[in-house]
Design a protein around this ligand. Structure first.
Ligand code: ZN
Length: 59
């Protein structure tokens, strides 16, 4: 299971699961990621510390 925001692997028993009204399930490794995505509505690609951002840079 990976964090929906930063892309890091979440260990079993840790992290948070959030279900959107649309039925889409989001996994978060920390409240930091949850806040960034749900409250601040940031995109992982523009946040430096996410795996998704690092992938984009490599390309
Ligand atoms: Zn995360």
């Amino acid at each position: 299971m990976k964090c929906s925001f930063c892309g890091l692997t979440i260990e079993k028993g840790t992290g948070k699961i959030f279900v959107r009204k649309s039925g889409k399930i989001l996994n978060f490794c920390s409240t930091k990621c949850e806040k960034n995505l749900l409250k601040l509505k940031r995109k992982p690609r523009v946040i430096k510390w996410t795996n998704q951002h690092r992938k984009e840079v490599k390309k």
